[in-house]
Design a protein around this ligand. Sequence first.
Ligand code: ZN
Ligand code: ZN
Length: 146
Amino acid sequence: MQVRFNCPTEGCVALIEMEPLPVAGEPIICPRCRKPHAVHVTEALRTENRVDACPICRCRELFIRKDFPQKAGLLIVVVAAIISFATFRTHFAVSWGVLGAAVLIDLVIYLLIGTVTVCYACRAEFRGATPDPKHEGFDLARSEKY
Ligand SMILES: [Zn+2]
Ligand SMILES: [Zn+2]
């Protein structure tokens, strides 16, 4: 499992990425401020590779989202729209074909990509974890608690 989180030290803006997550319990040392950060490894994390509580801030509320490269998805749509617009009057079939292809590509990416488990409190991201059935999609009301 890969973990990515913002260094919790005040004033430090480092984005720390670690793979694999040290499940033996050794602290993660920030490459920028050099402060060690304790990793709270739960039983589920150690044995099932499942994030039932955030190992960085111990928050028990996490959500799951698709690991969709949003910029890539947007780029495909924009490029398709431009081609479609340019060919609309001259090549009607091409115009619709390009739009249809863009939708299909987006769909395939969506189906192929994995999920990310994200902590509501500190926004730490966990890739390659076993999804926890208790976790749902992002909920704005919950998010505003933090
Ligand atoms: Zn730091
Ligand atoms: Zn957290």
